[in-house]
Design a protein around this ligand. Structure first.
Ligand SMILES: *[C@@H]1O[C@H](CO)[C@@H](O)[C@H](O)[C@H]1NC(C)=O
Ligand SMILES: *[C@@H]1O[C@H](CO)[C@@H](O)[C@H](O)[C@H]1NC(C)=O
Ligand SMILES: *[C@@H]1O[C@H](CO)[C@@H](O)[C@H](O)[C@H]1NC(C)=O
Ligand SMILES: *[C@@H]1O[C@H](CO)[C@@H](O)[C@H](O)[C@H]1NC(C)=O
Ligand SMILES: *[C@@H]1O[C@H](CO)[C@@H](O)[C@H](O)[C@H]1NC(C)=O
Length: 531
């Protein structure tokens, strides 16, 4: 150390007596391994000497001295410092922990005026290895309290927590922070609490570092359990397949159980198929979801179902094949070989069949009795069987035999000799009537409904009686007709009104007498029953 430098050194040591305005207020902070710059507040200019000294606690050490003779570096400072001699600014680095301490600057200008400053350098350890540690590796929603601890290397550290990009805000109950903010406690953790993801941000006054994103699996559920049943509806057709599906929101996925009529089934799939169902399986079914992590159970609503056998083999039995109007009783019975919970209804010719004074529909609609039958009871009878899963019907065509009735003879009342005569007999009857004709009470050979004579003669005058017979009802009804055969031209002028009236009255009297006779004979005669 030459004289000048020694002088400067001594001046700087004694710098107390000069202006203390060379450095801004400290302390100055730096980080291990990095550079630090000591700024100054002196006006730039030509300085005779500029010197920095260091006191790390074990005595004064020269750092660098700039003098007209050149620069001198203290031990170990060559290559580690950069000095700007026009303003005294010193760059120092890379820093080590040992660089912490007090630094003094002393500058003397051309006029011999000295300026001094002193400041302190804090060398900080850098922030590194920021990690989050969790008290749990997996949590159960509400049950668990999670404590996250942030660790980091470095000195003078401050801790902060981020949820995504927003700072975590403690609320004092659910989310709390330790006094130094190193521990984040989440009580009764929710699935949404820690999915931010969470970061720990550690900083000192110079730098900050963020941890890797942290996520914690928070198990929850089961919840929102739902069971569906296909086909839907309470009634299930016997022999069909019933598919039940159970679902629940859960983490991890729920395990399922099926409770069928109070008994746990062995199946554990979320879908249960009851194949070929029969009545013994009817009843109540529900599913249960279980979460092995949360240890919680949840039951679905119980579904009740009824197994119904489809209707088959519907038929109508009963009515006697030969029904006679006014005399027979018809009894129709409807039955099926299979089917449960069946309701029945009767229709006749497409309209509902109702009870009346002759028609009796039994209370359960299984049977219809018509007594006595009449011709209007003929028609199509339909029995409809219905249950919740099927519908079937049977029909029966019923025929009621009747007649003959309304027997009538039409044709000429008077003809002239040689003219032709055509008498026609009609009767309402089922089956169709057979006919015989009588002339003046004597049976003729004619058995057709028409009585035809080509070229009338006088002796054809007389009473023609048509007798209609129904082979099944065994009934016979007659009608009479008076024919007069006259000489040629007799009918030209026609008969006087009086004569016509006389003839009509005579005919009516005769017809009435004949009908009376027939009815009398009928009462006496027994007609054989056709069955
Ligand atoms: C520190 O200063 C030295 C010398 O000026 C330079 O070579 C180095 O790159 C600087 N280092 C940092 C971290 O700035
Ligand atoms: C189904 O549940 C109802 C109501 O709880 C009960 O009355 C009925 O006996 C149950 N049926 C079966 C077959 O267990
Ligand atoms: C969580 O709490 C519920 C209700 O207190 C309890 O039933 C369940 O068993 C608990 N789960 C665990 C995994 O401790
Ligand atoms: C009517 O029924 C009675 C008794 O069943 C029978 O004796 C009678 O012959 C029947 N009459 C007719 C017209 O079928
Ligand atoms: C038939 O009866 C009518 C009137 O009763 C009578 O005028 C006529 O001579 C009779 N004819 C025969 C062929 O008996």
């Amino acid at each position: 150390m030459d004289f000048l430098n020694l002088m400067v050194f001594l001046l700087s040591v004694a710098g107390c007596c000069f202006g203390q305005n060379a450095l801004p207020p400290g302390p100055v902070e730096g980080v291990i391994g990095k550079n630090v710059t000591f700024t100054t507040v002196v006006s730039p200019g030509d300085y005779l000497t500029v010197s920095w000294t260091f006191n790390g606690g074990s005595g004064l050490v020269a750092v660098v001295t700039h003098a007209p003779g050149g620069r001198n570096y203290g031990p170990g400072y060559e290559g580690k410092v950069l000095l700007n001699s026009t303003n005294g600014v010193l760059k120092l680095g890379p820093l080590t922990a040992k660089d912490s301490g007090d630094y003094t600057l002393n500058m003397i200008n051309n006029m011999g005026k000295s300026t001094t400053g002193e400041t302190t350098l804090k060398v900080l350890e850098p922030v590194s290895a920021v990690t989050i540690k969790s008290s749990l590796t997996e949590a159960v929603e509400i049950n668990s309290t999670v404590v996250l601890t942030c660790t980091s290397k470095g000195s003078f550290l401050k801790y902060a927590w981020l949820n995504g990009s927003a700072p975590v805000t403690p609320d004092g109950t659910h989310v709390t922070l330790s006094a130094d903010s190193r521990n984040l406690t989440v009580s009764a953790v929710l699935r949404t609490d820690l999915v931010g993801p969470i970061y720990c941000a550690v900083s000192n006054s110079l730098e900050s570092e963020k941890s890797a994103p942290f996520n914690l699996t928070v198990h929850f559920g089961p919840e929102n359990i739902a069971m569906t049943i296909n086909p839907t509806g309470e009634f299930v057709r016997k022999g069909s397949n019933l598919t039940l599906t159970c679902s629940a929101k859960s983490s991890p996925a729920a395990q399922f159980k099926w409770i069928h009529n109070g008994v746990e089934r062995k199946e554990t799939d979320p879908t249960l198929v009851l194949a070929n169902v029969d009545k013994s399986q009817a009843g109540n079914i529900t599913c249960m979801a279980f979460n092995p992590k949360t240890m919680r159970y949840l039951s679905a609503q119980v579904v009740k179902f009824t197994v119904i056998e489809a209707i088959s083999g519907t038929k109508i039995t009963g009515p006697n094949p030969t029904l006679v109007a006014g005399n027979s009783t018809a009894s129709l019975k409807c039955s099926a070989t299979a089917g449960t919970m069946v309701t029945q209804a009767w229709m006749k010719d497409g309209k509902p069949l109702l009870s009346s004074n002759r028609v009796n529909v039994s209370g359960d609609s299984s049977q219809v009795t018509i007594s006595p039958v009449q011709k209007e009871d003929s028609g199509e009878y339909k029995c409809q069987m219905t249950n919740a899963v099927s519908k079937e019907e049977a029909t029966h065509k019923m025929v009621v035999y009747y007649g003959p009735e309304e027997v009538k003879v039409t044709g000429e009342n008077g003809v002239e000799i040689t003219e032709s005569v055509n008498l026609k007999c009609v009767a309402k009857s089922l089956p169709a009537a057979t006919f015989v004709w009588k002339f003046n009470g004597t049976l003729t050979q004619v058995t057709s409904p028409d009585y035809v004579m080509e070229g009338a003669v006088y002796k054809n005058t007389g009473i023609y009686t048509c007798e209609a017979t129904n082979a099944i009802t065994g009934l016979t009804m007659s009608a009479a007709h008076l024919l007069s055969v006259k000489e040629e031209g007799a009918l030209d002028e026609g008969l006087s009104d009086g004569a016509i009236a006389g003839i009509i009255i005579a005919v009516l009297v005769i017809v009435a007498a004949i009908i009376a006779g027939v009815v009398y004979m009928r009462r006496k005669q027994t007609i054989e029953s056709p069955y």
